[in-house]
Design a protein around this ligand. Structure first.
Ligand code: GDP
Length: 461
């Protein structure tokens, strides 16, 4: 897109925004939370799934006022495009497979047509239009926000406090030994690369072996378009190495400040502060499967992510970026992995993980809601008769084995479980393969209509 086209595109958006016909919706969540599946389903529901029996709680469809949605013809050519069509193809394969997960930020624009319910617009216009911009970005990038309030030394100290926790300690020791034997006067490219690679390796090991969620800097694991940028050569020195000035300490401090100025701040300024509404997806069930330490880390990581939605005048966000998000949906994803009567507990657990403040005054500027949903339902729910009793169950195809299963995956704790419960009762919620999708049929889901109503309902009045 040339600068002229870009300005024309922006001013078109401002025009639409002034008329209240434009909405920019961000979708985020940590890796594997379900962003790709959510956006793919959302686009499908809005373009092909708009039958009342399929979206019973989406009022505009229910009231027969929805005239249809289509991919907009103004997709910004210079921005990465969300691969909707490719994702649908994955689901149509035989056997169907899940599409590849989000690896950076991308955008897709939709045009939604509807009849206004009442008021001046319904009198003067036969049909109205809403321009919907969907923006997909990794939740890992929101974990960087607190880095703006720290300097390199404080950040390194924070990292090593984190690495001292029992579930991380053993893995971190190898990296600690490597740093302890490092020449602090050597700031050669090779040395910086070698140590960054070792740190990245540590973050991967944490994630795979210790089921951790809190990783900084966020771009190291999910670099997006910044892969290979010199300021991404960034890792925490040992607390003892921060006490004496050294060339390596200076170099890393420089990278740290560049990372704050050229990565974190521009992300908030250019992307985050332009969002009107936000979906935050959380995979609570995988964290429960991974154990006590994982669920605690998830809570800590969500605490950091929530800072991005707490932008009162005293907050760093309020001072620096002036966000305008006015609705946030927190969604526990993959609810089809449990039986329907567990969804209430799953929502309560999510609220506990968010430490309950979602309706708190901190968020006064943004209305929020928590719910359990499945963007693309991969199971069918029913009952089995056992010893004269009717018990709930789900049926689907196990992702790893490809075997058909019918099972009761277990109860979801409505409160954060303690270590004793994990020891007594390890959680084993299954992962399921997607049902094969014909392309023309509406995509099966759980509560996507509730999500659409919360996110878009008032804009389609
Ligand atoms: P992302 O990293 O946030 O983009 O996550 P994805 O959308 O790629 O989801 C990661 C994985 O979670 C997928 O490959 C699926 O295995 C699973 N998943 C995501 N959404 C759903 C859902 O609605 N139902 C089920 N059963 N699995 C899901």
């Amino acid at each position: 897109m040339s600068w002229l086209e870009s300005i024309q595109y922006q001013s078109q958006q401002w025009g639409q925004r002034a008329l209240d016909r434009h909405l920019r919706l961000g979708v985020t969540g940590l890796s594997g939370a379900g962003k790709t599946a959510f956006i793919t389903s959302l686009v499908h529901q809005l373009t092909l799934g708009d039958q009342p029996e399929h979206l019973p709680f989406f009022a505009v469809v229910q009231q027969g006022r929805y005239l249809g949605g289509r991919l907009a013809n103004n997709q910004p050519l210079a921005f990465p495009r969300f691969p909707y069509e490719q994702n649908v193809q994955y689901l149509q394969q035989q056997p169907a497979t899940w599409p590849p997960s989000t690896a950076g930020w991308s955008q897709l624009n939709l045009t939604l047509r509807y009849k206004s319910a009442a008021g001046w617009r319904s009198k003067i216009q036969q049909r109205s239009e809403l321009q919907l911009e969907l923006v997909d970005y990794p939740g890992e990038w929101l974990l960087d926000l607190p880095m703006l309030q720290q300097d390199y030394q404080q950040w390194s100290t924070f990292c090593w406090t984190l690495f001292e926790q029992p579930h991380r300690q053993a893995e971190a020791q190898v990296f600690a030994d490597l740093l302890a034997n490092t020449d602090l006067n050597d700031v050669s490219e090779l040395q910086l690369q070698r140590l960054t690679d070792a740190y990245l390796n540590l973050l991967h090991t944490f994630r795979e072996n210790a089921a951790t969620f809190l990783h900084q800097p966020g771009r190291l694991l999910v670099p997006g378009e910044l892969a290979g940028a010199p300021m991404l050569k960034l890792f925490p020195l040992l607390p003892a190495q921060l006490k004496q000035d050294s060339p390596l300490l200076q170099q890393l401090s420089e990278h740290y400040h560049s990372y704050c100025d050229y990565v974190i701040k521009p992300f908030y300024r250019q992307h985050f502060s332009r969002l009107d509404r936000q979906v935050v997806l959380v995979d609570c069930l995988s964290a429960l499967n991974a154990g006590f330490a994982a669920i605690q880390e998830l809570q800590q990581a969500l605490g950091l992510i929530m800072q991005s939605f707490r932008y009162g005048p005293a907050s760093i966000l309020g001072r620096l970026f002036k966000p305008q998000i006015n609705k946030v949906l927190f969604a526990a994803s993959k609810a089809d992995h449990v039986t329907p009567e567990q969804h209430k507990a799953l929502t309560l657990l999510l609220q506990q993980l968010l430490q309950q403040p979602i309706k708190h005054s901190h968020y006064a500027s943004a209305k929020s809601e928590a719910m359990a949903l499945a963007a693309i339902r991969a199971s069918s729910a029913g009952f089995v008769q056992h010893a004269g009793q009717k018990s709930p169950c789900i049926s689907g195809v196990e992702l790893d084995s490809g075997n058909k299963v019918t099972l009761f995956p277990g109860e979801v704790p409505a409160k954060l479980p303690d270590t004793a419960l994990f020891n007594r009762h390890p959680f084993q919620f299954p992962a399921l393969a997607p049902l094969q999708h014909s392309g023309q049929q509406p995509m099966p889901h759980v509560r996507m209509d509730h999500a659409l109503e919360f996110l878009l309902g008032d804009k389609l009045q």
